[in-house]
Design a binder for this molecule. Structure first.
Ligand SMILES: CSCCC(=O)C(=O)COP(=O)(O)O
Ligand SMILES: [Mg+2]
Length: 229
């Protein structure tokens, strides 16, 4: 069956690792303390701090300890759902103030537009929260790309190395798994998607090794031959 849907990862796939690690994460790290303290009474932020307590298994974690835990998770690049949700809220100010724009490779922006034009449905699946995904594409280097996307998934649907997450995404999109092409730079994510029956393609942008790679791979979006996959 031919491809009807493209499901794409962000970091390392549409977007450089460096933008996430050298721009977004340091920004969140610098702003986390003041943001959480200023918004601690906001029900959304208060719930996320409770979620940090749940995640750590320490129900009496103080606000200061929760902030320290969040900053440690940033340093360790942990894909923890309350951290990802808070990062989205923090980055909003950075995008709106023009402190940075969302990095999207020119080839990715070009092909996303071309695939949308030819009638393929485009979805995102990233560990970054859906809110953060919409900000990145909404304030991207290539302008507002959000009209191209039919939907977004984050770790609320499951973790990216878990085949069950892809099965839930297939159900949510409502087309056969074999008509969905998943794009990612991480082979464990591609393995999980393949187990769920999706087609896969690995983005090898930054000198990763392709030794033993069982997935088709390309160096950028221009090299993806949808009809040949
Ligand atoms: C979309 S927000 C910035 C990226 C981010 O926080 C992240 O964890 C990236 O994970 P991905 O699954 O896109 O590799
Ligand atoms: Mg990635």
């Amino acid at each position: 069956m031919s491809i009807q849907v493209i499901l794409t990862d962000i970091e390392g796939t549409t977007t450089s690792l460096s933008f996430v690690k050298d721009v977004l994460f340091p920004y969140a790290d610098q702003q986390m303390h003041d943001f959480v303290v200023a918004h601690r009474q906001d029900p959304v932020v208060a719930k996320l701090i409770d979620d940090v307590r749940l995640e750590t298994g320490n129900a009496v974690l103080s606000l200061a300890q929760a902030i320290a835990q969040l900053r440690q998770w940033i340093a360790e690049d942990k894909k923890v759902t309350p951290l990802k949700a808070l990062q989205g809220l923090l980055w909003e100010a950075g995008y709106r103030q023009g402190d940075f724009t969302g990095h999207v490779y020119a080839d990715a922006a070009r092909q996303l537009q071309a695939w949308h034009q030819r009638g393929l449905a485009l979805y995102v699946y990233s560990s970054g929260s859906v809110y953060a995904q919409k900000l990145l594409f909404g304030y991207s280097d290539a302008g507002d790309l959000t009209p191209l996307f039919s939907g977004y998934f984050d770790t609320q649907i499951g973790h990216k190395r878990d085949a069950a997450a892809y099965q839930r995404i297939v159900e949510a999109i409502g087309v056969p798994a074999s008509t969905i092409l998943f794009l990612s730079d991480i082979r464990e994510e591609l393995d999980a998607a393949q187990q769920a029956g999706l087609k896969t393609c690995c983005l090898v942008r930054e000198n990763q090794s392709v030794e033993g790679l069982v997935h088709p791979w390309v160096v950028d979006f221009d090299a993806i031959a949808i009809d040949a996959l």
